[in-house]
Design a protein around this ligand. Structure first.
Ligand SMILES: Cc1cc2nc3c(=O)[nH]c(=O)nc-3n(C[C@H](O)[C@H](O)[C@H](O)COP(=O)(O)OP(=O)(O)OC[C@H]3O[C@@H](n4cnc5c(N)ncnc54)[C@H](O)[C@@H]3O)c2cc1C
Length: 371
């Protein structure tokens, strides 16, 4: 056997699984089609390490508690990369949720492991980066964490490499055949096609998850998913006080405006996506939508030409009815009982990567050497 675990994908999940496996003493190899880590979703997120305050509304209490627990661990273990930041949540006359409801939500969030919050006195509103104070009824300040998603993914992968994990960039999975005792994976890298044998394969291919499964023989069962595009834009000028949690006036969706490397990052959108994940790109309508939210709340009058950068990532959500907002955001670990050595990760959060990796290892342990 060439390796114990072969991981497909060097996003946050691939990196985290490699790290968890290497820490347990297994031999691990990671293959990544692109030239560096986090070139997929993990470098195009909102860069928040958070419980997801808004998931309380859809009753995803377990997810919120789990993410807040992971947040505390990351604040402790990666203080250079994960930092607590103040979030400001303004409530206007027309905001769909009244101030009392937001206060209850923040109180519950605190109870589930979140940080302190308070309602700012009106005298402090003027210091909020030019936030429109007309019809403003209340502003809540609470704390959550922000990271650099690319740097976090690279750091987790580097930790795995320090424990002996081999990483092959520019290497694409072309085919997998899983048998009773092992899997054979065909990878195309700079030196051509190589066959690698592994006790188990972890499919951490993000939005490519089903494309990877489609290359397995015999073809395993796969989950029905929808890809939902989320775009961010970057404009000049930094918000000094922290992150603003806004309600888009157009459709009442949550939009964040946050300081980001000396500029302002605004996101995100929810646009259904059906093409090749490699081709995802910000749409003009999404950029206009995000800019309109920012202009509305900060009275900036920016034009599309003022957008200095933009990027789009893809959420992997279970196929179903209703808006992307109400769809469950839990990570799903999937295995076809006929091919138990091939495990796929669907969806998930940057925040809960280490928890997901521990769950993966728990499932695979009986099939690995010593199991
Ligand atoms: C818009 C948006 C905002 C988000 N914001 C947040 C947030 O603020 N906080 C949070 O906690 N979570 C957030 N998330 C969720 C989080 O970003 C993702 O769940 C996470 O990054 C997914 O990581 P991954 O490793 O599964 O996938 P990816 O990062 O997409 O990695 C998959 C990797 O597999 C590689 N790959 C695919 N096919 C092959 C192949 N055949 N051979 C070799 N390599 C292959 C790809 O190149 C890619 O690098 C957000 C998601 C989106 C879309």
């Amino acid at each position: 056997m060439d390796t114990d675990i072969l991981v497909v994908g060097a996003g946050i999940h691939g990196a985290a699984v490699a790290h968890a496996a290497a820490r347990r003493g297994y031999r691990v190899r990671v293959i990544e089609q692109f030239g560096r880590p986090a070139e997929g979703t993990s470098g195009r997120s909102s860069k928040l390490i958070h419980g997801g305050l808004r998931y309380l509304e859809t009753g995803q209490i377990r997810l919120v508690r789990e993410c807040l627990r992971e947040q505390r661990t990351l604040l402790r273990e990666r203080p250079a990369l994960v930092k607590l930041v103040p979030f400001y949540l303004p409530v206007y006359r027309r905001t769909s949720r009244p101030a009392w409801k937001i206060a209850v939500g923040l109180w519950l969030y605190r109870l589930l492991g979140g940080h302190r919050f308070r309602r700012l006195p009106a005298g402090e509103w003027q210091a909020l980066d030019g936030l429109d104070s007309r019809d403003l009824r209340a502003v809540f300040r609470y704390f959550d964490a922000q990271t650099d998603d690319r740097a976090l993914t690279a750091a987790v992968l580097a930790d795995a490499q320090a424990l002996g994990t081999g990483v092959a960039f520019g290497t694409r999975l072309e085919g997998i055949a899983c048998e009773a005792t092992r899997c054979v994976v065909h990878c195309r890298g700079p030196a051509g096609v190589e066959a690698v044998t592994a006790a188990c394969v972890v499919n951490a291919a993000g939005p490519w998850v089903n494309r990877v499964l489609a290359r397995a023989t015999p073809r395993p069962a796969m989950l029905a998913i929808e890809l939902v595009q989320g775009t961010h834009i970057v404009v000049a000028g930094e918000l000094r006080r922290g992150i603003y949690y806004l309600e888009a006036p157009q459709d009442r969706r949550a939009v964040f405006a946050m300081p980001w490397k000396g500029r302002t990052l605004i996101g995100t959108t929810e646009t259904p996506y059906r093409d090749d994940p490699a081709d995802v790109h910000p749409l003009a309508a999404e950029q206009a939508y995000l800019l309109a939210v920012y202009n509305h709340y900060f009275q900036r009058g920016l034009e599309l030409t003022d957008i200095e950068d933009s990027f789009a990532g893809l959420r992997v959500l279970p196929a179903g009815e209703g808006s992307a907002f109400t769809r469950p955001r839990e990570t799903i670990l999937h295995r076809d009982p006929a091919a138990p050595r091939l495990l796929s990760i669907y969806g998930g959060k940057l925040t809960s990567h280490a928890h997901t990796a521990r769950q993966v290892m728990k499932r695979l342990a009986p099939l690995l050497p010593g199991g």
